[in-house]
Design a protein around this ligand. Structure first.
Ligand code: GLV
Length: 327
């Protein structure tokens, strides 16, 4: 950066070629277009001479890595969630961390509805059955599901994405209940037609429950066996926030024993190595962490991460700085 040299940057995973081109204007870039899954040691080794890292949710940026990479000063995450980064260690080590909020809100909310509809109306289960050649006749009781229309939608975690999900509920004439540490303002509640209830009430009343909480040690296993037991046996659970918010072992048991009707899951504990039990359950729709994956949105997220990194170089701080500290 000083003496006319561009700072060195590592891109941890394969990415849109235009991201590399743009970053090359400001950084000396090492990329990974073959998408080799580096071990933590290999990542650490590649970061030794780097000032900046373009990262995704799949890299674990823990205290050990941060301490072992003393030259690292900038971390541009292509994600809104940053639970894969040890933020307090990053702050201690004066590493600026940025994320990509806003650009993925609507696409992620759309996907919440896709999962909710697919799980409630048994879309993937019936398609697998059809593809397997089982369809001989129409039957009155084929794949009976749960209605969304005029049912109660529960949203646990009412940030930007939770609110975008709530906005979509009016077309289904749903009653919207939510639980969040912070209440929305009366005006926001009126616009969204949403009502704050306790977590217990939410679990008891929701016909469809969407989890939209950030993951942290405080939200670990927010939904375990005791919470699942409060839900209606006809209810549908959707998680597109983060694995670890739900106790997956308890969820598999609840799905197997009919404690809830179905689930739509985009995130898992220890993903991508999800519990094998999930694969044998028919009443769960499983997707590989793709809630933000429309072409336009993934491009916007990548460019937002680039903008943050460029701003760190040019303005001394990123636009979306998640661990602000003074110089
Ligand atoms: C994806 O999971 C994100 O946090 O953006």
């Amino acid at each position: 950066m000083n003496n006319g040299q561009k700072p060195r940057l590592l891109i941890a995973r394969a990415i849109f070629p235009q991201v590399i081109e743009r970053l090359q204007q400001y950084f000396e870039v090492e990329h990974n277009q073959d998408d080799v899954m580096w071990t933590p040691q290999q990542l650490q080794q590649r970061l030794q001479d780097k000032l900046a890292l373009f990262a995704t949710p799949s890299e674990k940026i823990d205290a050990a890595l941060l301490d072992a990479c003393p030259n690292l000063r900038m971390l541009g995450l292509m994600a809104v969630g940053f639970n894969n980064v040890d933020l307090s260690q990053a702050t201690k080590n004066r590493v600026m961390v940025s994320n990509t909020p806003d650009v993925l809100t609507e696409t992620t909310a759309d996907f919440g509805w896709a999962l909710m509809l697919a799980a409630a109306r048994r879309v993937t289960e019936s398609e697998h059955w059809l593809r397997a050649g089982h369809w001989q006749n129409w039957r009155y009781d084929s794949f009976l599901g749960v209605d969304l229309y005029r049912s109660t939608l529960g949203i646990l975690g009412m940030g930007r994405i939770g609110q975008a999900i709530a906005r979509r509920a009016s077309g289904f004439q749903m009653q919207v209940l939510y639980h969040n540490r912070r209440h929305l303002s009366p005006e926001q509640e009126q616009t969204l037609n949403a009502r704050w209830v306790s977590k217990e009430e939410l679990l008891k009343q929701a016909d469809h429950l969407i989890l939209m909480l950030p993951y942290s040690s405080a939200t670990h296993h927010t939904l375990g066996a005791a919470e699942l037991a409060l839900m209606k046996p006809t209810s549908v659970l959707v998680n597109l926030a983060r694995g670890g918010i739900v106790d997956d072992v308890a969820l598999c048991a609840a799905l197997r024993e009919g404690k809830i009707a179905a689930a739509g899951l985009d995130v898992f504990e220890n993903e991508p190595r999800l519990l094998p039990d999930f694969l044998s359950l028919k009443n769960v729709v499983l997707t590989p962490h793709i809630a933000s994956a429309s072409t336009a949105t993934r491009q916007a997220m990548a460019m937002c991460a680039v903008d943050n990194l460029v701003a760190m170089v040019q303005e001394g701080k990123p636009r979306n700085w998640v661990n602000p500290f003074s110089a």
